[in-house]
Design a protein around this ligand. Structure first.
Ligand code: PLP
Length: 387
């Protein structure tokens, strides 16, 4: 059975051009980039190229890119670096809808010595900016706000927020794991101090990420060890994956227009088709600016997990919230923060597309899903009660 992969916010397929770039560095060129010999040195040169490619995607300089093992490590490194760099400050500002990489770290820091402010969102998923700005104090060590939400695709105005935050002399970090490669990012002309990204969301392998650290930002390493990454992260480099991230960054730049035209058309067609054919359904966050590839659709009075299992029989892969929270029957914290009613939050499915998807696949989802929802609703006591 063919797989219809509509779960690209969970992870993406490695692009063949990315894999081709990586392969020689898993086989032939296995030298250590820190070695003095030419054999290792040539690997170092290729890492330099990958750093420049990654920087170029963000309009940053290569020196501002630190390679990490994943988006989660980038987030932890950024937030911990900021609090270690200003030891007298004990306040962190973030949002109610962050990925667990930031959310759970903040919950942990709250058990230590930090006070955390969680900025709320409204029913559309928009951030309460007045609340955010009023929460900033002399004690605030860092503000960490995601660029785009992984579940709904809602985009936050992080450039505007960064300007206000920086104006008060506070460090600003953004988790841009879902935004990078999907919308243009220009760090040179922004006030963002640190930005996290992850390779496996942009057709590079899993286990590679990067943290942008603006030149001049106070920094303190998370992994202490060798002199790699200019002493900002110890540990021999994950060479092939770094090269993969560089190649994927280059590819993302080439595909940016396609992402915002072709992929967006696929997403809009999917959304329209499903809403037309399935009553009692709506799109979470539809009134806000959203990522072009993502739609989070609530099908009222059904269980998202049951929908996923039935779609799986047709090879359709999607997600019922973020991949990291699936397996739990609690509705997602993002939808709860938006005040989505329980009966709708439970039946929410996230479809996230990529340039590998086709209109035929979208049409197949539009054909297969309505009878699935019908079947499940006919089995649901909530549905019967509400008819
Ligand atoms: N931040 C966001 C917004 C994400 O969507 C994800 C992954 O889904 C992460 C962070 C974590 O990235 P990684 O899986 O590379 O640790």
């Amino acid at each position: 059975m063919a797989v219809i992969y509509a779960d690209n916010n969970a992870t993406t397929q490695i692009a063949s051009s990315v894999l081709n770039e990586m392969m020689p560095y898993l086989t032939e060129y296995y030298g250590n980039p820190s070695s003095m010999h030419t054999f290792g040195g040539q690997v170092g040169k290729k890492i330099k190229e990958a750093r420049a490619q990654t920087a170029s995607l963000l309009n940053a300089t290569p020196e501002e890119i630190l390679f990490t093992s994943c988006g989660t490590e980038s987030d932890s490194t950024a937030i911990r670096a900021a609090i270690m760099s200003s030891p007298s400050k004990k306040h962190i500002v973030t949002t109610r809808v962050e990925h667990p990489a930031v959310k759970n770290l903040c919950e942990q820091l709250a058990k230590e010595r930090f006070r955390i402010t969680y900025v709320p969102v409204d029913q559309n998923g928009a951030l309460d900016l007045d609340f955010l700005y009023q929460s900033l104090t002399d004690d605030t060590a860092i503000v960490s706000i995601m660029w785009a939400n992984n579940e709904t695709g809602v985009i936050f105005p992080v450039e505007e927020i960064a300007s206000v935050v920086k104006g008060k002399g506070i460090a600003f970090h953004t988790d841009a794991v879902q935004a990078v490669g999907k919308i243009p990012i220009d760090l040179k002309n922004s006030n963002i101090d640190m930005l996290s990204l992850s390779g496996h969301k942009i057709h590079a392998p899993k286990g590679i990420g990067a943290l942008y650290i603006r030149k001049g930002t106070k920094f303190s390493p998370f992994l202490i060890g060798g002199h790699q990454e200019k002493g900002r992260r110890g540990g021999t480099e994950n060479v092939a994956s770094i090269i993969g991230l560089g190649a994927a960054s280059k590819l993302s730049q080439e595909l940016m227009t396609k992402e915002n035209t072709d992929v967006k058309t696929l997403r809009d067609t999917l959304e329209k088709g499903l809403l037309e054919k399935i009553d009692h359904s709506f799109v979470n966050g539809v009134k806000e600016r959203r990522l072009p590839n993502t739609t989070s659709i609530a099908f009222e009075y059904v269980e998202g997990e049951a929908i996923l299992l039935m779609m799986d029989q047709f090879g359709i892969c999607a997600s019922s919230g973020s991949a990291c929270t699936s397996g739990s029957l609690e509705p997602s914290h993002v939808l709860r923060a938006m005040g989505v009613p329980f009966t709708a939050a439970h039946g929410t499915i996230r479809f996230s597309l990529s340039t590998y998807n086709t209109m035929d696949e979208v049409n197949l989802i539009i054909e297969k899903l309505p009878p699935i929802i019908n079947t499940l609703r006919n089995m649901s006591p909530f549905w019967k009660q509400n008819q």
